[in-house]
Design a protein around this ligand. Sequence first.
Ligand code: NAD
Ligand code: DAU
Length: 336
Amino acid sequence: MKNVLVTGGAGFIGANFVHHMLRTYPDYRVVVYDKLTYAGNPANVAPVAKNPNYAFVHGDICNREQVRAAVKQHNIDTIVNFAAETHVDRSILDPDAFVQTDVYGAFVLCEIAKELRLERLHHISTDEVYGPIPTGKFKETDRFKPTSPYAASKAGGELLVISYFLTYGLPITITRGVNTYGPYQFLEKAIPLFITNAIEDQPIPLYGDGSMIRDRLYVLDHARAIDVVLHRGTLGEAYNVAADMERTNLDVSRKILALLNKPETLIQRALDRPAHDVRYALDTEKLGALGWEPQMYFEQGLEETVQWYVDNQAWWRPLKNGAYLDYYQKQYIERR
Ligand code: NAD
Ligand code: DAU
């Protein structure tokens, strides 16, 4: 592996992965390929923009000609696919782009990887493909039962990637990560939304009674897991990535307020997400056998993340703009 195309690399996890790869492998070239949707942000990759081993291509993974041209131009041998529509609530309001990018886009990447005989297509998937699990943990061999249009689209894209391994022998690997947090996460997701609203003394909209559980994975632990699977994973295999840091949404919102010295009266009950999954949890024995384990304890990672948003207001304040405020109005005010 020498020349890596990181699709969706201007988004949250993709950008953190790009930073990690350029720091860890000075002899790799890393090319970000991104459509720059509302969630993509050139500022996320600005810290590496001058690195001679880095390049950026503005493109859509659904556009076969654009992907082919980028792969050829940069002599790419490996694609790592982060590109997706990723927000569950938006997938409920407007699922169209989710089916396009998360299913058809994954198909296009399979086609190009097959046509140009790439060494590897690594696909980033999610714990949400399994659906909710009230107790216990899912293993990689468990059946998919997604509940939201987002999760169903991710399941469809991933099943296509697996089918290209089984049918054509395409060299693929997959990681299925749990809820991830850290620097550069777009403001619509719960943790950055709660932090930035609290900084501005705005209400924290908690769905339902806040009792839903998510396993909280620090973004650089997620990035290292993908690195480990890229270098040591078995072709055709999927690997769960989890932190074993289960916390309810109420607990997380209280901890954010405590870190910012803000009152709990900011927490406001919001209309619940339809088909809100009660809990996700993944068994990581398979990834552990490759030598990976999470390093960040949740309370430590949350403190660092809150501090990052306090210190980087020049990054997030411009994002609270017209399009974001329109979405906020639709999701939180009109649905009340
Ligand atoms: P994000 O929404 O922050 O970023 C997505 C990126 O993909 C953006 O830069 C966007 O511009 C780009 N993109 C969207 N459509 C595109 C297209 N058609 N062509 C090219 N680029 C396109 O997402 P994220 O939270 O960083 O998630 C990255 C990946 O990880 C996704 O596949 C997501 O399903 C998966 N995942 C996320 C989490 C999480 O908690 N955030 C957990 C597990 C898995
Ligand atoms: O589990 C992996 C998934 O994690 C990824 O596949 C998704 O791309 C990513 O967005 C994330 O999905 P979640 O739905 O878990 O994340 P979100 O931040 O949207 O919500 C986390 C929890 O907080 C969830 O139980 C819903 C709740 N929530 C969310 C928002 C946005 C609230 O209570 N209020 C809110 O305003």
